[in-house]
Design a protein around this ligand. Structure first.
Ligand SMILES: [Zn+2]
Length: 229
């Protein structure tokens, strides 16, 4: 391990505290059971990320227990092994330079759509605002190499969505920072649930593409004020 460069120390410590605190949002928003979910943040100005260690319960996640990895998923700092999803997070940071945060969960409703390999259709203004269209399905990919990361990047590069439902697996979300990616994870579960409920009584009506464009542009550029939304 080469360690964290001294000039990045204060940034890394701040990110560890932020990422630890954001993990508490996952059970709070009913997005995870047991330890199946993770949040990471890019260390700006370095090829590093901060993520949770593998297999530690959410109650025991402290800033000090967070680990630092390089963008190949190798451990750079930490006493525990990194989350088993670290390779996927690292691949996203390596190939999507604008991404500052990544979240993965198996939240119930979003994962139910993933199990059917069915995109969530853009039938709510909230979906147009947040995701700019249908929430896409990514390829089926097994853990162990870079195929999950590659599937996320390929799907999101061709979409305005900040969320991808990996086939038969669950949602991955990206954001300008870790908090923004957590927000996307909460939002994708919320709309997955609402569209599911709507389906119980009939066929939800799609929003016209021109209206989706208008909603997305307004929300991203005017209402949201960039990353502060
Ligand atoms: Zn998973």
């Amino acid at each position: 391990m080469t360690g964290v460069p001294a000039e990045l120390r204060s940034q890394v410590e701040a990110l560890k505290a932020e990422v630890a605190a954001l993990h508490a949002e996952l059970p709070r928003n009913n997005l995870v059971v047991w330890t199946a979910g993770n949040v990471s943040a890019r260390v700006a100005g370095a090829d590093l990320l901060v993520i949770k260690p593998s297999g530690v319960s959410y109650d025991e996640l402290t800033a000090d227990s967070m680990v630092v990895c390089d963008l190949d998923g190798n451990l750079v700092e930490g006493t525990r092994s990194p989350s088993s999803d670290t390779a996927a997070h690292a691949y996203v940071y390596k190939h999507m330079p604008h991404v500052g945060g990544v979240v993965h969960t198996h939240s119930d409703y979003a994962t139910a759509w993933a199990a059917r390999r069915e995109p969530i259709p853009c039938v709510l203004t909230m979906i147009a605002d947040e995701f700019g269209g249908d929430i896409p399905i990514g390829p089926f990919a097994l853990i162990g190499d870079d195929s999950i990361g590659r599937g996320i990047v390929e799907t999101l590069t061709n979409s305005r969505s900040r969320a991808v439902l990996m086939a038969n697996h669950g949602p991955f979300t990206i954001g300008s920072d870790a908090r923004d990616a957590v927000k996307a994870a909460v939002m994708v579960e919320d709309v997955a649930r609402t569209v599911h409920l709507s389906r119980q009584l009939g066929q939800p009506v799609p929003i016209a593409p021109s209206d989706i464009d208008r909603l997305f542009d307004r929300y991203q550029n005017v209402y949201g004020q960039g990353s502060s939304k």
